[in-house]
Design a protein. Sequence first.
Length: 98
Amino acid sequence: FGLGTCQYLGSGLLIAGLASVFNPSLPSSALVVLGGSLALSSSAFGLQLLRDNSQMGTRFGRASFGVLLFQDLAVVPLLVMLPLLGGGEGGSFVQARM
């Protein structure tokens, strides 16, 4: 899971950093959700590509499978954090500002 952790955290931090550059008014909670959700990829799509190219048994295939598995497991803490990051004020931090 080391490679998956590095990929997920690295991609999430990069995406959150870019989002903060393009929109500095975004709260940090929105940046966490944005970076965390966009760092995920489709396991079904990735595994199908590995299977079609007969790469599941290779070192690359096993590493890719590990990354995809970690991303699938990372969804649960991200979903648990959503209400906590929302602030409990009855509104959502994703709402458009007027």
